[in-house]
Design a protein around this ligand. Structure first.
Ligand code: TMP
Length: 236
């Protein structure tokens, strides 16, 4: 498949057209940002790691019955995906308190919940991705009721599959962010990425952070954490 013009450049990826109007090419960058782009940097090797980790997770989820946009890994950093219209909602699932949950509700990090939580934010950088609920999403016509129900069902299924998988490699899945898209016929599929940029991973035994919080909070050894997650996930 031929890499044609760049259609979009985001904070962590570039998206290119191909000769097939239904297929796009995603190219992962090493660039890293946090706090809505206020903190900028680069994590050596991140693009290749996030590409390979995302594709591994997308293939696993497809096998377990969650439809995704994944088509084919082309190279270290490049992947073909189905073209979707992104639903402008960031869907966040949490199993353990951390990050903005701990901050908003004034609790420590590390409280294991009896049941996972779900929350949505409006994917809008200018507004700083504000939190909203389903009624707000409907009022803003970001998605239909049916789409939101499908997204919630898939998001909890993704959590079950991923929690089980990560347990097997000695990692607690603390929380993560998903994005969904609509294929041209309206079908909802999982899109974007699933990587140490978009999940919190804690070593099950030492509770060491193995994700982008090392960059956000200047904890050091950011590259080492990404490499360790890739090694465990891909079994290399
Ligand atoms: P939070 O605790 O900061 O709300 O983050 C929850 C999860 O979502 C965490 O795993 C990191 C991920 N996340 C993103 O993927 N993109 C973002 O822009 C933010 C703020 C969080």
């Amino acid at each position: 498949m031929e890499k044609r013009e760049m259609l979009y450049e985001g904070k962590a990826k570039r998206v290119y057209a191909t000769e097939n109007p239904e297929i796009l090419l995603v190219d992962y960058k090493d660039d890293a940002t946090a706090f809505n782009g206020l903190k900028k940097g680069s994590i050596a090797g991140k693009g290749a790691i996030n590409n390979r980790v995302t594709n591994f997770m997308m293939r696993l989820l497809e096998q377990k019955g969650v439809p995704t946009h994944y088509v084919e890994e082309l190279s270290e950093r490049e992947t073909l995906v189905k073209k979707v219209q992104i639903v402008p909602l960031e869907v966040i699932i949490r199993n353990i308190s951390a990050g903005s949950f701990a901050k908003h509700y004034g609790v420590e990090e590390g409280i294991v919940f009896d049941a996972p939580t779900i929350e949505f934010s409006y994917k809008n950088d200018e507004l700083g991705d504000p939190l909203l609920n389903e009624y707000h999403a409907l009022a803003l016509k970001l998605a239909t009721k049916e789409e939101i129900d499908t997204i919630k069902r898939y998001a909890f299924k993704v959590n079950e599959v991923m929690k089980e998988f990560f347990k097997g490699i000695g990692v607690d899945l603390v929380d993560f962010k998903l994005e969904f898209g609509r294929l041209s016929d309206g079908t909802i599929v999982l899109a974007d990425e699933i990587s140490p940029d978009t999940c919190r991973f804690w070593d099950s035994v030492t509770h060491e952070k193995l994700d982008k919080d090392r960059f956000r909070r200047d904890l050091g050894n950011v590259e080492g954490a990404y490499q360790e997650m890739m090694r465990r996930i891909l079994g290399e």
